[in-house]
Design a protein around this ligand. Structure first.
Ligand code: NA7
Length: 534
């Protein structure tokens, strides 16, 4: 083999240098592997590299949305706020990359375009947009659940004379909207975080809403050093306790059911959680995500709050979601609803007045044209599968992953796909991923994958892949469990409902902590449900 060909041979190639890819590299290096991480951006960070829109901030507390694999790291890093901003998260990720000397094995500014499994030599050939091909025994997709930006196909965008942005592909330089007329399309989490800040600069802000969303005040604040010290004094225990909860986070889960207590007790608990702020609102009662009548009590409470905050009754009504709370990802905001009390901010219901086209001057709905200087698409992502199916992945017999997933994603444990040997997914569809605090979920997967690769590489096996039966059973199980909850009853990105033509399948697995137990048991029993080829 020529020197050049040899240089392109790796034990593992990891796609993506976000939280998942960085920790995967760290773990695989410890196995003595030759690893390459390939990253499209010019720095590490994944989600937190791309989502630089105003107000971008994590909705999980920073003391928990951080790595726990190194106690030194979690002890030495000082978070400044309860919910970290995107710049602070990016600083943290860069610090991790430096502290563990990760950059030397990351190829930046390079996008993976294809990965083809060669059955003859049982290796993957990974191709990139620079025309290069590299070979690896294992490929790990650390591509993130919310990374394939969705810009809706509204006719006319190319002819728009102003500037346009997608929240998930925000420029690296700050964007100044001072004195500008701005349109925001979408009212999901990214919109809800950015709208109050855009409104501070824009001369006019028009928000185009398709579905109103529930949002809870963040109550963000500087972290209290006394609280930080208390958590750090028992950090590993704190983390272990949180791993015993469904969301893998310190939400103060209440074991009581909303329907088993009086309306007064219920409202007092909702008031308490509203004052506390953030996602723990949904942990107010144990039955909120499992019983529609219970869920309605929480939804009614939030709708009441919206009516109290928003002065114009018609706007308040429009901002009040009609469906269940939480079955679409709950949002966390700072002054979102109150922003609609500002005279220069208005709301357009695109259901009543659909967007027809983007013109050179703005947005044309059925009834009128809105002239604007800038359009912000806060229109979300092709979630959970988009970043994987964008890559031309071909497994055994040249089978394309797009074809294997034609009816929706099929995996075993969200980690492996039948027909795609030695390919692993970090927080893939069929795993708890987006229904949890992503950081512990990522670490759980990376640890499991690293142990599995160590097992396969111990010499006795050349490859591992999900068995077809185990995969079918897992997909059925994920759906059955999902159907015990209210999650599949909304048009959310959990179901792919936001992307025209995407099969409607509930993709994440509602299953921690038993899921972690299941993964452990599968490995302990010699990777039951996987086909290991010697
Ligand atoms: P989301 O939550 O998917 O929100 C996207 C928003 O854009 C949502 O309100 C959509 O309405 C709206 N949308 C999408 N396409 C259109 C079109 N064609 N016309 C009008 N409105 C549209 O993405 P985010 O980036 O806000 O948040 C993603 C996650 O990041 C979030 O859940 C947190 O976990 C962090 P729809 O609801 O589909 O009717």
């Amino acid at each position: 083999m020529s020197e050049e060909a040899e240089a392109n041979q790796y034990d593992s190639i990891v796609v993506g240098a976000g939280f998942g890819g960085l920790y995967m590299l760290h773990r695989l290096r410890k196995l003595g592997q030759r690893v390459l991480v390939i990253e499209a951006g010019d720095g590490p960070g994944g989600t937190w590299y791309w989502n630089r829109y105003p107000g971008a901030r994590c909705d999980i507390q920073s003391l928990e949305y951080s790595y726990q694999f190194s106690d030194e790291l979690q002890q030495e890093w000082e978070w400044s706020e309860r919910y970290a901003t995107q710049p602070e998260l990016l600083r943290y990720i860069n610090h991790v990359a430096d502290r563990f000397d990760l950059r030397r094995d990351i190829l930046f500014n390079t996008r993976v375009t294809g990965a083809r499994y060669d059955e003859a030599d049982q290796r993957w050939t990974v191709t990139t947009d620079d025309g290069q091909a590299r070979s690896a025994r294992f490929v790990i997709m650390a591509t993130g659940c919310l990374s394939s930006a969705n810009v809706p196909a509204i006719p006319g965008l190319a002819g728009f004379q102003g500037d346009w942005y997608h929240t998930g592909r925000w420029p690296h330089e700050p964007v100044d909207f001072t004195g500008k007329r701005v349109a925001v399309i979408g009212t999901g989490s990214s919109a809800i975080q950015s709208i109050p800040l855009i409104a501070r600069q824009a001369s006019e802000l028009t928000v185009f809403q398709r579905t109103a969303n529930y949002s809870i005040p963040a109550r963000n604040a500087l972290l209290d050093p006394v609280e930080v010290k208390a958590v750090k004094a028992r950090y590993p225990t704190y983390r272990a306790e949180n791993r015993e909860t469904a969301f893998h986070a310190d939400f103060g889960y209440n074991e009581l059911n909303a329907l088993d207590v009086s309306a007064e007790v219920r409202d007092a608990e909702y008031e308490r959680r509203w004052a506390m702020g953030g996602l723990p609102f949904l942990a107010a009662f144990a039955d909120l995500m499992f019983d529609e009548r219970a869920n309605k009590t929480a939804a009614d409470f939030i709708r009441r709050k919206i009516r109290e905050i928003v002065s114009d009754p018609a706007t308040a009504e429009l901002l009040s979601p009609k469906g269940l709370v939480g079955c679409k990802r709950l949002c966390v905001d700072t002054d979102y609803y109150a922003t609609f009390n500002l005279a220069h901010v208005s709301l357009v219901d695109v259901n009543a007045d659909p967007i027809q086209a983007i013109t050179s001057r703005g947005i044309r709905t059925e009834t009128r044209e809105y002239e604007v200087d800038a359009i912000v698409f806060a229109t979300g992502f092709d979630a959970m599968t988009g970043a994987i199916t964008k890559v031309d992945i071909r497994g055994r017999n040249g089978q394309r992953i797009q074809d294997a997933w034609e009816e929706g994603p099929k995996t075993y444990l969200g980690l492996s796909v039948n027909g795609f040997p030695n390919l692993f997914l970090i927080t893939g569809p069929g795993s708890p991923s987006v229904l949890t605090n992503m950081l512990p979920s990522i670490e759980h997967h990376v640890d499991w994958i690293a142990d599995c690769i160590e097992h396969v590489s111990s010499g006795r096996f050349v490859s591992i892949e999900a068995e077809a039966d185990a995969q079918e059973n897992w997909v059925t199980h994920v759906n059955e469990v999902g159907n015990t909850s209210v999650y599949p009853r909304c048009n959310s990105w959990y179901l792919g409902a936001n992307i025209p033509g995407k099969p409607r399948v509930f993709m994440p697995y509602l299953g921690f902590p038993p899921y972690a137990e299941k993964c452990r048991e599968v490995a302990d029993r010699g990777y039951v449900g996987f086909r290991l080829i010697a």
